[in-house]
Design a protein around this ligand. Structure first.
Ligand SMILES: Nc1nc2c(c(=O)[nH]1)N[C@H]1C(S)=C(S)[C@@H](COP(=O)(O)O)O[C@H]1N2
Ligand SMILES: [Mo]
Length: 588
């Protein structure tokens, strides 16, 4: 180790990569599965006012409503007024005729999108399971969520966000089995990139062919026509002349238009609105949706809409002529044979096989997945966010009434930290060493004397919750100036007094010097105008506002300047990167 200091010395020897993979597979997969509850539909509750209701009630209400709607539509359909309306506004066909047969780009992107969305939705559910609550306020106060997938937060003890996670069956979540947001995010983001690329290819073709006119509503008459379709469908009729998918009816056209031009972009835009780098640079962005948690809720509701669309779409494909419809979307003909059906079955089988493989691969080749993600998703983040120094600040009255505490372990199993705590951190010395000209050991008083900055900022946890707090501390740039990094120093390691997990290594993480020079990168010793609470990192913690929360090391014991983070421990950049396979940079 550089300068003869072994950052792992007080926590046993650093684990090798192979050991970590092993430990993860056998120990964690099996043990943690038992400690977090499995998601159950019976535990899903919505809040109305102050009370939470089971979603089964909602389902009951929805079914009742649907029956009432069908009854009303049937009455209207049979009435004179209904008759007139339906005659005046024909449901079919609105889209102009184009040469028969689906173009190849539609057929291929359609299949590909289906495949990609299966992965995106399954891994997205896995991400949601890591913080199974949805909010309308950016604060995430327990009890104020509008939807939750597990019981209330226990009021009588410290309850960390990590404890709050649930697990999913591998049938539902990718990878499923245990809570693992790190692995899920790799699938989610790699496939997001493929989804966006598919969308770009699709759009390029769409806008250069007459096919566009089948989707783009160009006349206001589409709305009464779509209403006419809705009455027809709701009264359990099929529009006359419904020839499957050669001629879109008005409602069909509007629905496809909405899925492609509203839902898909909204999924991407609300996904981006959860990024700390984006939110903390451009306040207006998350505000487009209200706030970051509303964006997260919309992101979830978009997924629900995709699922609802999928079900309705499949039902109508089947009802309006399964065989010709499937021929149309696969082979561009509407013959009445089973060729298209066979292809469709094959596609389903391939998608299932891929998912089975993906679940296995997630646990047998987790490092490979992480590396692929670092090389793709990481590069995209470089491109999008490398130059965005965070700068958004909130007002005092925006401060969250509650900030989730989050950690696997408090530092109270470190005798060193306990001794310091017992004498109120008077003997605390922050060691700053490694590739620097001027290694130092600084007391809290010395750190405070070096400068103080206060900032009210939004914290983004990788799990999904957020919160606003005021932080006071030393701008990291001041420390950089003091210790004078050598030219080869590019990264800085932060080591905590607290263990990262049940056994072994202490918590640590790394940041590029570039990020640490941002004006909002702080070594914080105050929170909300008071001494930093023990729960939130006393005596010293990090704030690096363009990065996710797990990179804000709490209870800092020492700081080491290195050439590259790969020189430490398993080499992925931090405790979570090594043990939980997180990305080494997470600005989204
Ligand atoms: N030492 C240590 N620091 C840590 C963690 C941890 O487990 N150990 N958790 C991180 C995570 S995941 C988050 S979201 C933030 C939470 O900070 P808070 O508890 O002050 O809200 O701390 C980060 N710092
Ligand atoms: Mo976190």
């Amino acid at each position: 180790m550089a300068d003869g200091v072994d950052p792992g010395e007080d926590n046993g020897s650093p684990a090798s990569e192979a050991e970590l993979q092993d430990e993860f597979l056998h120990e964690k997969l099996l043990s943690e599965q038992g400690t977090h509850p499995r998601m159950r539909l019976t535990r899903v509750h919505v809040r109305l006012g102050r009370r939470f209701f089971s979603v089964w009630w909602l389902l009951g209400i929805a079914i009742t409503l649907a029956i009432a709607l069908v009854a009303a539509a049937k009455l209207y359909f049979a009435s004179g007024a209904g008759h007139q309306f339906l005659a005046r506004h024909a449901c079919i066909p609105l889209s102009p005729p184009v040469p028969a047969g689906m173009p190849a780009f539609v057929r291929w992107t359609h299949l590909l999108t289906f495949f990609l969305l299966v992965i995106i939705v399954r891994s997205g559910l896995q991400v949601l399971a890591d913080h199974p609550r949805l909010y309308t306020k950016v604060h995430c106060t327990p009890g104020r969520e509008w939807l939750r997938f597990r019981g209330p937060v226990p009021p009588d003890r410290v309850w960390t966000a990590k404890q709050d996670t649930i697990t999913l069956s591998p049938l539902v979540g990718l990878p499923g089995g245990r809570h693992t947001i790190g692995v899920a995010r790799h699938w989610h983001f790699i496939f997001d990139i493929l989804f966006v690329l598919t969308g770009i290819v699709y759009a390029a073709f769409l806008f250069s062919t007459p096919w566009l006119h089948r989707l783009l509503p160009t006349h206001a008459s589409i709305f009464p026509a779509a209403a006419s379709c809705a009455v027809t469908y709701l009264s359990l009729h099929l529009p006359r002349g419904a020839s499957g998918f050669f001629h879109y009816d008005a409602l069909q056209q509007l629905t496809y238009f909405s899925v492609i031009f509203i839902l898909a972009p909204l999924a991407i835009l609300t996904g981006l609105a959860m990024s700390p780098a984006l939110d903390n640079r451009f306040r207006w962005y998350a505000r487009l949706f209200g706030n970051r948690q509303i964006a997260r809720s919309i992101h979830f509701l978009v997924m629900v809409s995709f699922l609802a669309f999928f079900i309705g779409h499949m039902a109508l494909v089947a009802l309006t002529g399964l065989a010709p419809n499937l021929n149309d979307i696969t082979l561009a003909n509407n013959h009445n044979n089973l060729d298209g059906f066979a292809i469709w079955l094959l596609v389903i089988a391939l998608v299932i096989a891929f998912n089975v493989w993906a679940v296995r691969f997630s646990w047998t080749h987790t490092r490979v997945l992480q590396r692929v993600s670092n090389l793709t998703v990481g590069r995209v983040m470089d491109l999008l966010f490398d130059h965005t120094a965070p700068r958004v600040e909130y007002r005092r009255r925006d401060i969250s009434p509650y900030l989730w505490p989050n950690h696997a372990r408090l530092p109270d199993s470190s005798p060193e930290w306990c001794a310091l705590r017992d004498e109120d951190f008077r003997g605390y010395r922050l060691k700053v060493h490694g590739l620097v000209e001027n290694p130092v050991e600084l007391s809290l008083e010395q750190l405070q004397a070096m400068g103080k900055q206060q900032q009210i900022t939004l914290h983004h946890c990788i799990q999904g919750w957020s919160g606003i707090a005021e932080w006071g501390g030393l701008p990291f740039a001041e420390l950089i100036e003091r210790v004078r990094p050598k030219p080869e120093a590019q990264w800085v390691m932060f080591y905590s007094f607290a263990a990262g997990g049940e056994g072994g290594d202490r918590y640590y993480d790394s940041h590029s010097i570039h990020d640490l020079r941002h004006p909002q990168s702080l070594l914080a010793y105050e929170m909300n105008g008071e001494r930093l609470p023990i729960l939130h990192g006393r005596p010293l913690r990090l704030r690096v506002e363009n990065q996710l929360g797990f990179k804000h090391v709490k209870w800092i014991s020492e700081i080491e300047f290195v050439h590259h983070f790969s020189e430490r421990y398993a080499g992925q950049g931090g405790y979570n990167e090594d043990h939980e396979f997180f990305g080494y940079r997470d600005e989204i």
